[in-house]
Design a protein around this ligand. Structure first.
Ligand SMILES: [Zn+2]
Length: 213
């Protein structure tokens, strides 16, 4: 059985419950919650509390327009799913919903076996799948804003620790890191970013041998 050790921080679960996360990040939360009993329980608590606050506010000072906007926003947020079998053995429901009918990801090669599949891009940030062969490094990159990476298969390690299936790594502004897929099954991750990743010298790195065992 897989043990999830890196969870969604509480403030991000709250933002998800309030419907204020960008869509790409909300998909990562929904996918993690579908794999994690702990966060699913925490989220239902937040949602019950949020609902009570909204109802309370509704009778008091909140204008109809504001209330409508909040409920609209909630409608945009992918709903959390109960634990369910993953499609193709890899993709949780909220991710499978963004793939084709046979759950094939639109993989594009980045070279040396590393692939990415962009699931959505735009003003709200991007959502992509990354495929890193076991034992190989992800390209070193920095972030603008908040990056959330959910492991779907295999595992990777970096300065923050080891991340296996269901684990989420939160990367903040100015973090620069180079995760390395652990030897073993190829690593597949779901990554949400506020803005395109800034890849650092990607091509020179590809020309170096970068196996790290
Ligand atoms: Zn969790």
């Amino acid at each position: 059985m897989t043990q999830i050790t890196h969870h969604i921080p509480d403030e991000i679960l709250l933002a998800y419950a309030a419907g204020t996360l960008p869509h790409s990040h909300a998909v990562v939360v929904a996918a993690h919650v579908s794999m994690c009993d702990t966060c699913r329980a925490a989220l239902s608590a937040h949602q019950a509390m949020g609902g009570a606050v909204l109802e309370e506010s509704a009778s008091e000072t909140v204008s109809d327009a504001l209330r409508a906007r909040v409920f609209d926003k909630l409608d945009d947020t992918p709903p959390p799913e109960p634990a369910a079998p993953r499609r193709a053995g890899i993709y949780p429901g909220p991710v499978a919903a963004l793939l084709g009918p046979d759950w094939q990801a639109p993989w594009k090669s980045l070279g040396f076996g590393v692939k990415q599949a962009i699931l959505s891009e735009g003003g709200e940030g991007s959502l992509r799948l990354l495929y890193i062969p076991g034992g190989r490094a992800m390209p070193e990159h920095g972030h603008h804003g908040l990056e959330m990476t959910l492991v779907l298969q295999g595992s990777f390690s970096d300065d923050e620790g080891r991340f296996g299936p269901g684990d989420v790594e939160i990367g903040h502004d100015a973090l620069e890191h180079m995760p390395v897929a652990d030897p073993g099954p190829d690593c597949i991750c779901l990554a949400a970013t506020d803005a395109p990743l800034r890849f650092k010298s990607f091509v020179p790195r590809l020309l170096q041998p970068f196996f790290r065992i």
